[in-house]
Design a protein around this ligand. Structure first.
Ligand SMILES: [Zn+2]
Length: 129
C-alpha cells in the first residue's frame, strides 16, 4: 500500500520518500533522500518505453473507436488524437518510468545507498581510470 501511494506521488522506488522528477520531463540522477541511482544501468529506462507504449494505446484506443463510430472527418480525428497525445504525454512518460522502477525494485530489491558508499564507489571508479 505504501508503494502504491509512493508510485502515485511519484516518489523513489527504494525509500518511497525522495522525489524522482525535477521538472515536467527532468529527473534527478540520484534520490535526494537515500542517494540511490535511478538509472541502474545503461538503457535502464528502455523497458519503461514498452509500458508507455501500452498505456498510450490503452488510453487512445477508446477515443479512436469513439471518433470512428461518430464518423468524424479525418481532420477532426487527427486533431483530437494529436491533442490528447500532447496533453497526456508528460503523464504517460512519468508514470511509465515510475511503474518500471517500482516493478524492478519489487523484483530485484536494492538497499538505500549511504553517502559514504557513494564516495567509496566514486573513489573506486577514479582509481580504475
Ligand atoms: Zn530514495
Amino acid at each position: 500500500m505504501n508503494r502504491l501511494l509512493a508510485l502515485l506521488r511519484q516518489r523513489c522506488p527504494v525509500c518511497l520518500r525522495g522525489q524522482v522528477f525535477t521538472s515536467l520531463f527532468g529527473m534527478h540522477t540520484h534520490c535526494p533522500e537515500c542517494g540511490v541511482k535511478y538509472e541502474r544501468e545503461t538503457g535502464y529506462f528502455l523497458n519503461s518505453m514498452f509500458i508507455g507504449y501500452a498505456a498510450g494505446f490503452l488510453i487512445l484506443a477508446p477515443t479512436a473507436v469513439l471518433l470512428a463510430l461518430r464518423d468524424v472527418s479525418i481532420a477532426v480525428f487527427s486533431g483530437a488524437i494529436i491533442l490528447e497525445t500532447a496533453i497526456l504525454t508528460p503523464l504517460i512518460f512519468r508514470y511509465a518510468r515510475l511503474i518500471w522502477m517500482h516493478a524492478d525494485q519489487m523484483l530485484d530489491p536494492r538497499q538505500p545507498e549511504s553517502p559514504v558508499s557513494n564516495l567509496q564507489s566514486s573513489a573506486f571508479l577514479r582509481d580504475q581510470e
